[in-house]
Design a protein. Structure first.
Length: 119
């Protein structure tokens, strides 16, 4: 089965850290750019960070710059989102999205992992 599975979410106090993981099964991430997208209750989805297929290029939303770091390990077929200095406004369901760099291949979404930042 071709799928992405996120993990690592949970409850953390403001100022704390979490590392989210996105694992691919059934396909290799080598030819996919990966994005982390979040959605808070009552709000639209927001792109948080993305990384190119090679890992050589990253982009971040202004709201998380300097606090979040996206990385990937193609050998392990994994992508990570290190989140530091978490704020209550970071509370959301976080999804990873794999977008193919090869024309005609499908994109994939994970089921999401909940991140709650609260004291």
């Amino acid at each position: 089965q071709l799928q992405l599975v996120e993990s690592g979410g949970g409850l953390v106090q403001p100022g704390g850290s979490l590392r989210l993981s996105c694992a691919a099964s059934g396909f290799t991430l080598d030819y996919y750019a990966i994005g982390w997208i979040r959605q808070a209750p009552g709000k639209e989805r927001e792109g948080v960070a993305c990384i190119s297929a090679s890992g050589g290029s990253t982009k971040y939303a202004d709201s998380v710059k300097g606090r979040f770091t996206i990385s990937r390990d193609n050998a392990k077929n994994m992508v990570y989102l290190q989140m530091n200095s978490l704020k209550p406004e970071d509370t959301a369901v976080y999804y990873c999205n794999a977008r193919s760099i090869v024309v005609g291949r499908p994109d994939y979404w994970g089921q999401g992992t909940q991140v709650t930042v609260s004291s």
